[in-house]
Design a protein around this ligand. Structure first.
Ligand code: ACO
Length: 342
């Protein structure tokens, strides 16, 4: 049931926040399904028919989340025509940080960009990371705590997936997407209108990297064990994702007195086209309004929504003044979305 979970959400903000620019970067190495079929027992036919994926981009050895993040951020900053020292806060949404726990990947990005006045922190909400980040950026700007936030989703899943597990290794790719969120608005009324964030921690272990944290510190024996890599119960994540997508969209529409027809686009996390199609069918949403580019990039987790936004903007699909919803779902389990005028 859609609900107004947060009355603060309805308070009149001191400032309005809008997405000022986008940027994206994926590593040049492009791996096809046929190549994967040489590593595990799978096929292009199985992967494409079950997920919609044809390719994924894979970072070179030694390339970490901050390296991809800096590339995407530079493009977004250049398009926003702002200097790094105008950034008040850098948020990096990632579940594949450069280092486990500390330091934050955002601090490495801050140094590389020479963003001398920026606070910097990471945000872990797996594939919902960008959506959580946009709501966080909005809150900082609307409260007056920041005027300019650089939000980046950056992931190098190729380093944490188990390349021997065909159930998961076919699904993921590497990449980064960035947005600059600024105080103010454009002539077209661009602004972030609303956000809805949820968590369902009872499903925590259905999508997890079990070993290496404080719960199960790495033992000598575990260094090469499967627990060091991502493990996933694909069926239960699928069953969680479809209603999560529907609930998020319906909540954002209903509490803002909008109908699906008022939307120009839904930009969903790119996990599996079948999840998106099933959600659209279940709720009677027009599937043509759901943007997908999973065929080229696979699931890039926190990077998938900003990579999609950037591609839509560059291709002229996304225009100032359009009303859109972004939706994420994934590890945590987490889900949520943002409603905005682009
Ligand atoms: N190639 C060939 N066969 C495969 C492969 C593969 N890559 N993977 C699984 N199979 C087999 C299985 O072994 C199974 O065989 P069996 O019947 O002999 O046991 C068969 O295909 C069917 O398996 P299912 O799990 O039922 O396949 P399903 O149609 O559910 O598709 C999938 C699996 C794609 C993983 C789907 O469940 C899904 O998309 N789940 C959601 C995953 C997801 O979105 N994860 C990311 C979330 S975002 C984040 O936070 C990281």
């Amino acid at each position: 049931m859609p609900h107004n979970y947060n009355d603060a959400n309805r308070m009149k903000p001191q400032m309005q926040a809008y997405v000022r620019s986008t940027g994206a970067y994926v590593p040049p190495r492009r791996m096809s399904n046929d190549e994967l079929a040489q590593l595990v027992d799978t096929s292009d036919e199985w992967i494409f028919s079950h997920t919609g994926i044809r390719y994924r981009h894979i970072a070179a050895e030694g390339v970490a989340a901050s390296d991809l993040a800096v590339e995407a951020a530079r493009i977004a900053l250049q398009r926003a025509a702002i200097e790094p020292d105008e950034i008040d806060l850098i948020l990096v949404a990632t579940s594949t940080p450069d280092y486990l726990g500390l330091p934050a990947t955002a601090c490495i990005v801050q140094d590389r960009l020479k963003a001398g006045k920026a606070a910097a922190m990471d945000l872990v909400a797996a594939c919902t990371g960008f959506v959580y980040g946009l709501q966080t950026a909005r809150a900082f700007v609307e409260s007056g705590a920041a005027r300019t936030v650089l939000l980046i989703g950056s992931e190098v899943y190729s380093q944490i997936i188990n390349w021997q597990d065909r159930n998961s290794c076919v699904l993921f790719g590497d990449g980064a997407g960035a947005v600059v969120v600024s105080a103010g608005q454009t002539a077209e009324g661009s602004r972030i209108i609303d956000g809805a964030l949820y968590s369902r921690g009872q499903g925590a272990e259905s999508l997890a990297r079990l070993a290496g944290g404080s719960r199960r510190p790495l033992t000598e024996d575990q260094r090469a064990s499967a627990e060091c890599f991502l493990s996933m119960d694909g069926r239960s994540v699928y069953n969680f994702a479809v209603p999560a997508l529907v609930e998020t969209i319906q909540t954002l529409l209903q509490r803002n007195s909008l109908s699906f027809d008022d939307l120009d686009w839904v930009v969903p996390h790119q996990a599996n086209v079948r999840i998106i199609e099933a959600a659209a069918k279940r709720a009677g949403f027009d599937p043509k309004k759901f943007f997908t580019n999973i065929a080229e990039y696979a699931n890039t987790s926190a990077a998938s929504v900003p990579i999609a936004l950037d591609e839509m903007w560059r291709n002229g699909l996304l225009k100032r003044g359009q009303t859109i919803i972004t939706v994420g779902f994934g590890g945590g389990l987490t889900y949520g979305g943002n409603l905005l005028v682009w």
